[in-house]
Design a protein around this ligand. Sequence first.
Ligand code: ATP
Ligand code: MG
Length: 343
Amino acid sequence: MSDATPNAAFAPRVFSGIQPSGGLTLGNYLGAMKRFVDMQEDGGYQTIYCMVDLHAITVWQDPAKLTRATRELCAGFIAAGIDPEKSILFNQSQVPEHAQLAWIFNCVARMGWMKRMTQFKDKAGKNAENASLGLFGYPALMAADILVYHATHVPVGEDQKQHLELTRDIAAKFNHDFGVDFFPLTEPVIEGAATRVMSLRDGSKKMSKSDPSDMSRINMTDDADAIASKIRKARTDPEPLPSEAKGLEDRPEARNLVNIYAALADQSVDQVMSEFGGQPFSAFKPALADLAVAKLSPISSEMARLMEDPAQIDAILHRGSERAREIAAPVLRQTYDIVGMVR
Ligand code: ATP
Ligand code: MG
């Protein structure tokens, strides 16, 4: 169902979101946020970025922590280079059209499609019967987040690829069922050297802000000592680094650290290998820690400064939500008309 069709009828528009489900990680920064800034600066798109708080509560969130995490995430967006004038920056729950369109999509998506979603299986774990219905329905809400703006492009990490395919399937089925060309078939944008940053403790698991182990991730707010110690203790193998990217194929932990270096330095993996090939981790890890501190510390100190004025952050989110609704409300109204709702 996911045939590529040109979205010529739709203005180039970017939407993406991050959950306020904990502190921002290096994975979120390299896989998502850095791309968000690139697309904002590209100039060819309208860019819309969202703190997806309705997604965060699909697993239990302490209310006070959710509030703080939402503000801190907004501070992270701005500190990383998102300009709330150039982009629309807001939190999801202030734009009710997301949840309203999600209901329509709950009635379009099929149980069989939803059951194949690997994120649900990963997050629900062994006790799926005890997971929330919201966690199961997550991808339909995500489709609504994107399609309520008729977004044509979504920058995301590799882990969200399957959800983007489902979004296209939902758009295509809606268009087909109602005989319209109303929703675009949105393109994922998965680019860069670190589209899937792995856990520092387990090279087969992605780095996540909700991982119970803080040692598994680098948080955007970690200080230089914490970053250096986490990288020093990161799992690796005993071999020195190879001199070509090919030599990393069966070495997931080594590959992860090299990918992180390449992404932070804006270099290719081969460039990194030509510099560090043949060297032991005892030489590479301190260089990586220095680079990470140099790139992250200006962002984290700016985040801390912005967090001193929560009222200012709330005002930015509120203004962003008003701008978002100017786009979302007419799309929802037209959707209701297509479906046949009386108004
Ligand atoms: P949670 O553990 O609560 O799901 P998360 O760290 O996975 O949190 P999300 O809010 O789910 O973060 O995802 C925000 C964005 O960050 C998405 O575009 C996702 O693809 C990207 N992302 C998340 N983790 C990584 C990672 N390890 N590497 C690259 N991109 C990532
Ligand atoms: Mg996630």
